[in-house]
Design a protein around this ligand. Structure first.
Ligand code: URA
Ligand code: CA
Length: 434
């Protein structure tokens, strides 16, 4: 087999065989096929697409390029949830203990934030003492003991994706549905989950800008999961405004704890219950969405999910009293109000810009090496559809310095779009792909 023939075959619109795809990925990972040939192949895929069979074979080849976490020692069906990345998305921190409190084990590997999107590991690290670097053995042992653990990615998972993603990034080939889907699903499946619910975000703050594109991506990812023997479904959700009110690491943990107490924002709560209900259904712990949703609502109301969260924090070395005393979380020295300049309705909150402002305040990273500031961020007070009066509070900025805070205040005012007419609010859940 020669790489050049496989590039030409894809260029001419033919489907590659499983063996051909494995040949490309194996030899690229080993450094035998050079970047320029892989880039040409990726561009051919960008224009010609891939069949479901090819996409499944690509995902499998990528999974096999590195370590695979074995969670077979965990009792019960391990479920996992993956979001394609959003702003202010605290779902995992609420969902993991919530679903575990319903008796379904959650063994979750999460990432750090990059660019305008946050990462669960950065958020949980704001809890004093909390360890996110458990060994695989500690991770499995904890899931068996208390039903839930969230850790950072360990091991050498999917090295093929590290190389290929970096190459796509500089060759204009990121935006290919089969390449994105294989990239995401290979990492998910290599981290050991059995059943998966994908939260595919659509909107200004997301990778996919329209619900149509998000549905198309969801379809490919679901067919990969199923094709490799994993019950998989997807929920397509809106990311035109941030989820909940808080954006920033400690601020989001605070919001997650409030939500676990049943006092969280309506959108965040609904998203957690919807994805959770799907997870229970996939794991066979609920007969359907309706029953799962009601059950999780009761668990949230009873305080059991909050209790499970405190157990997880304690098991990982963190101070579980954080659930009773939010003052234990890091706090920014400067808190400034953002005040509306005119009357109107909030017609839009530029989600990408809010994420970017939070990043510049220090809540996120522009490059992988940047250090984050756990305390800083933004707390919105008004969301899309709400009326505001001139002089009324629309947000708070939590900053490290007065200067940085004042700059953020100005930028937040620009991210809010006001109108005279009450706008139509887009639905939070655009649909599901089973
Ligand atoms: N996120 C990923 O992990 N992979 C892609 O290809 C695109 C987004
Ligand atoms: Ca939030």
């Amino acid at each position: 087999m020669r790489a050049v023939d496989l590039i030409a075959k894809k260029r001419d619109g033919e489907a590659l065989s499983e063996a051909e795809i494995h040949f490309l990925i194996d030899n690229y990972t080993k450094g035998i096929i050079p970047d320029y040939q892989m880039a040409a192949w990726a561009m051919a895929v960008y224009f010609r697409g891939m069949t479901d069979r090819e996409t499944i074979a690509l995902t499998e080849a990528m999974i096999r390029s590195g370590e695979v976490i074995d969670l077979s020692d965990v009792d019960g069906i391990v479920v996992d949830k993956h979001s394609t990345g959003g702003v202010g998305d605290t779902t995992t921190i609420i969902l993991a203990p919530l679903v575990a409190a319903a008796g379904v084990p959650v063994a979750k590997m999460s990432g750090r934030g990059l660019g305008h999107t946050g990462g669960t590991i950065d958020k949980l690290e704001t809890i004093p003492g909390m360890r996110l670097d458990l060994s695989i053995q500690e991770f499995v042992e904890q899931v068996n003991r208390i039903g839930v653990s969230i850790v950072g990615q360990t091991g050498n998972l999917v090295p093929a994706d590290k190389k290929l993603y970096a190459l796509r990034d500089v060759t204009g080939t990121v935006e290919s549905l089969p390449l994105i889907a294989a990239s995401v699903m290979s990492k998910k499946l290599a981290s050991g989950a059995h059943s998966i619910v994908l939260d595919v975000k659509a909107g200004k703050g997301a990778f996919m800008k329209t619900p149509e594109d998000a549905f198309a991506l969801a379809k490919v990812m679901v067919s990969i999961g199923r094709g490799l023997g994993h019950p998989t479904s997807a929920v397509i959700t809106d990311m035109n405004e941030p989820l909940g009110y808080a954006v920033g690491n400690a601020l989001e943990v605070r919001e997650a704890i409030e939500t676990l107490k049943g006092q969280g924002p309506a959108d965040l709560t609904e998203l957690c219950l919807t994805i959770g209900a799907r997870l229970l259904t996939l794991a066979g712990a609920a007969s359907g969405e309706e029953e799962g949703y009601r059950r999780l609502e009761r668990i949230l109301g009873s305080g059991q999910a909050l209790e499970k969260f405190a157990q997880m924090v304690e098991a990982q070395g963190g101070n579980p009293r954080v659930t009773e005393d939010l003052e234990l979380l890091p706090k920014a020295p400067v808190v400034l109000p953002v005040v509306a300049g005119a009357d109107g309705y909030v017609a839009g909150i530029d989600c990408y810009r809010i994420g970017h402002i939070a990043m510049v305040l220090g809540a996120g990273r522009a490059t992988k090496e940047d250090r984050i500031n756990p305390a800083v961020g933004i707390r919105l007070c008004k969301k899309v559809g709400e009326p505001v009066a001139a002089g009324e509070l629309i947000a708070y900025v939590h900053a490290a310095t007065e200067q940085q805070g004042l700059e953020a205040v100005q930028k937040i005012l620009q991210a809010y779009r006001l109108s005279d007419l009450q706008p139509e609010k887009p639905p939070l859940i655009h649909g599901v792909e089973f």
